[in-house]
Design a protein around this ligand. Structure first.
Ligand SMILES: NC(=O)CC[C@H](N)C(=O)O
Length: 478
């Protein structure tokens, strides 16, 4: 096992370093978007004492748009770095303390008993406070073992004492192979939101979950804390080797605590960040798969998006006269019916609606739509309101001619529409197509997103809006 260590470390960091350019493009796009948001999501990654997957872990968060900081555990234990300055605390894989006394045991004991010189507090005291503050903890492989040995997982009692354990694989050997996983639909954890199945590698000697107490097992199942299970070739949960590589109880590859904020798993999602990490990538390419991202990245994107979203002000308050509300300064006296001028028409570029039509129909309609915004519209509005995106002002449910558009940047003449399922229906699609032509004729740029895109890939949506803003040069008259 000891010989495998340098090989694994070299091999995996080379995979990250050699990740294709496309991945780095995703990385820089995601970072730009995060910078555009209020403050970056911050991930703290612990290393030292034989941990060896910290760089892949950091790469995963950076690709997901977060700020990743790798520190030696001693820096935290000696009080030089505070976990409370971060949003996610991460325990990577590796061979901490050479797996002496069982994988993860010594490190768990250090967290529980080692007091920081200054305060006499233990790091576990801080972690409890961290979780109580609504923050997140992720442990992968050796990190998962640490969380289990410590009792942070599954932590049914809330007392952080060990309730289950992870021990030697039933095969009696170190397992290094790819596995398929299914997400328990009952899990509450944001780490796994929207994920059904996942293919990831395992590399461990002590990954077999043992649940000594029947009542504990029932409570784990009842609460859906067994969030990941190993699948066989038919996609069914299995105890059969090698699909289940370690003989885990409940075919379980990962656990959460009852809050869903603490999550640990034996497989390595941080080792599948790029499509090229997968042993079958070339065959998949030939079969027409074009996705550049590895499936493991979804977990990191999920948690980063969740935290970024929870930072946005809630609930939305479309206050009358607030940012985004149409106002009379956008109107000039014009004969009824003549609603339109393009953005190139000097001062008239500010005219976006006919007064009569606006007062009678469009203004109440806009107000109604603002008060009955869909979830996706709200999410996007919270991200762009108050000039949060590239310092650009957006209005919502803004009236242009006879149309009411979802989001509008007057300075950039950019329209952003968020579509629900109804827009796919033929009649509606035809109407939408006509509307786009009319609006584009008037000189506006229009981009559209589906509800799903906004809800599940907000950073990418914001990035695309930002790109569109730079294409559409600022209108000096607006
Ligand atoms: N990759 C890892 O984190 C390995 C974990 C642990 N050292 C084991 O062998 O079980």
């Amino acid at each position: 096992m000891a010989q495998a260590l340098p090989f694994l470390a070299q091999n995996t960091s080379a995979m990250v370093q050699n990740a294709p350019q496309a991945v780095h493009k995703v990385q820089s796009e995601a970072q730009t978007v995060t910078t555009a948001l209020v403050s970056p999501v911050r991930a703290l990654i612990l290393t030292g004492f034989g941990i060896n997957c910290e760089e892949e872990f950091a790469a995963a968060y950076r690709l997901a748009g977060a700020e990743a900081t790798v520190v030696h555990l001693n820096q935290v234990l000696h009080g030089q770095v505070s976990i409370h300055d971060f949003d996610i605390l991460n325990f990577p894989g590796g061979f901490s303390f050479g797996d002496d006394l069982g994988s993860g045991v010594v490190l768990a004991n250090k967290l529980r008993y080692r007091q920081t010189a200054a305060s006499g507090r233990t790091l576990l005291d801080d972690i409890k406070q961290f979780v109580a503050a609504g923050k997140f903890v992720l442990g992968i492989c050796n990190g998962f073992q640490v969380l289990v040995k410590l009792g942070l997982l599954p932590n049914l009692s809330g007392d952080v004492r060990p309730e289950v354990t992870l021990t030697h694989n039933t095969s009696g050997r170190y397992e290094d192979r790819w596995v398929k996983l299914r997400v328990n639909p009952r899990t509450q954890t944001p780490f796994l939101k929207g994920i059904d199945t996942l293919e990831v590698p395992v590399r461990h000697g002590e990954g077999r979950l043992v649940i000594p107490d029947e009542a504990v097992q029932q409570r784990i199942e009842a609460a859906g804390l067994n969030c990941l299970s190993y699948l066989d070739a038919n996609g069914d949960g299995t105890s059969v080797y090698p699909f289940n590589p370690n003989g885990a109880a409940l075919n379980c590859a990962g656990l959460t605590d009852p809050t869903g904020q603490v999550f640990g798993l034996m497989p390595h999602p941080e080792a599948f960040l790029s499509a090229y990490n997968h042993p079958d990538w070339a065959r998949r390419r030939r079969a027409g798969q074009t996705d550049e991202e590895g499936e493991g990245l979804r977990i990191f994107k999920n948690i980063v998006a969740h935290i970024a979203h929870s930072r946005l002000p809630h609930p939305p308050s479309p206050l009358s006269g607030g940012e985004g509300e149409p106002d009379n300064s956008f109107l000039v006296e014009k004969p009824a019916g003549d609603y339109g001028t393009g953005p190139t028409a000097g001062i008239e570029g500010r005219l976006t609606a006919d007064r009569n039509n606006w007062e009678e129909k469009l203004k109440p309609f806009g107000r109604h739509m603002r008060h009955h915004a869909t979830e996706a519209e709200d999410v996007l509005w919270q991200a762009v309101r108050d000039r949060q995106l590239a310092n650009v002002k957006f209005r919502r449910q803004h009236t242009i001619g006879p149309f009411t558009v979802d989001f509008f940047s007057p300075d950039h003449q950019l329209i952003v529409e968020v579509d629900g399922g109804v827009h796919a229906e033929t009649e509606q699609a035809e109407y939408d197509a006509g509307r786009i032509v009319e609006l584009e004729k008037l000189g506006y740029q229009l981009i559209r997103f589906s509800n799903d895109e906004v809800l599940n890939s907000l950073p990418s949506v914001l990035q695309q809006i930002q790109t569109a803003l730079t294409k559409q040069t600022s209108n000096p008259t607006a």
